[in-house]
Write a protein that binds this ligand. Structure first.
Ligand code: DGL
Length: 264
């Protein structure tokens, strides 16, 4: 049976789990919301690496996972290389802003990227953008969304404050003719409707949860795992977690258990 560890700083990675519940079978998912250390996006790369190593150590020791999904762009940027060095036999899949699908879909050539400050400052992001956009006639509008993850964790999906924050970041994009926005943080699909409302017109929102699930099926299939049978999801948190948000993200997914753990 495939045992999959998935982690994020909080609720955002559940958008990846939600996509996984539609595709992945015959597996157990152990999800850690590292809410004690959230938000990752406002921390240094060294801190994010330390948090990611601690969560992974917990998942390996306690749940004997054989696959790990970094359901967090920020942790992927700061920690995936270190995690691959430390756990060479684990299947490890990260999350990266979907610049490539955005370039494929834009009509105006103007792409917005919303992400955490740490993701946008990371070398991984700069390398990605350089490789993909240098040959194309693409204009990128990058925005570090300070404080947005905290709003989402509080359940302020479309509150006045969240809407005003988005208005400040998105109005320059709207005026410039951005038609495609990369949701470069797994929390942001949770406010997709508010983003669409603020943009006031048809906008394509790009996130990569389905692609991550498909990639997992390919890699686990190569190792001989059959995608058959039941899927079970357990949610763990290192600190407070907004349970009604967990419920609403995973809707009526019925094989869900919630266990609270101490700090990892
Ligand atoms: N959900 C995480 C991401 O994809 C970041 C959240 C945070 O800043 O803690 O980047």
């Amino acid at each position: 049976m495939l045992k999959i560890g998935v982690f994020d700083s909080g609720l955002g990675g559940l958008t990846v789990v939600q996509a996984m519940t539609k595709l992945v079978k015959g597996a157990e998912i152990f999800y850690v919301a590292d809410t004690k250390n959230a938000p990752y996006g406002e921390k240094t790369p060294e801190q994010i690496l330390r948090f990611s190593l601690a969560v992974t150590q917990y998942l390996v020791d306690t749940h004997q996972i054989n696959a790990l999904i970094l359901a967090c762009n920020t942790a992927t940027s700061a920690a995936i290389t270190g995690l691959r060095e430390r756990y060479p036999s684990l299947i490890i899949i990260g999350t990266e802003p979907g610049i490539k699908p955005a370039i494929a879909q834009t009509q105006t050539g103007k792409i917005g990227v919303l992400a955490t400050p740490a993701t946008l400052q990371g070398d991984k992001y700069h390398n990605l953008v350089q490789t993909l956009s240098c040959t194309q006639n693409i204009e990128m509008f990058e925005q570090a969304c300070h404080g947005l993850v905290e709003q989402i964790e509080k359940g302020e999906i479309d509150s006045l404050k969240t809407t005003q924050m988005l208005e400040g970041w998105l109005s320059p994009m709207r005026e410039a003719g951005v038609d495609t926005i990369v949701l470069g943080c797994t929390h942001y699909p949770l406010i997709a409707k508010t983003i669409e409302k603020v943009m006031q017109h048809e906008v394509k929102l790009i996130h990569t949860a389905d692609a991550i699930s498909k990639h997992l099926l390919t890699l686990s299939g190569q190792k001989g795992y059959q995608n058959e049978g039941d899927l079970h999801v357990s949610i763990y948190a290192t600190g407070q977690i907004n349970l009604s948000m967990v419920d609403s993200i995973l809707d009526a997914y019925d094989s869900l258990s919630f266990v609270e753990i101490k700090a990892v």
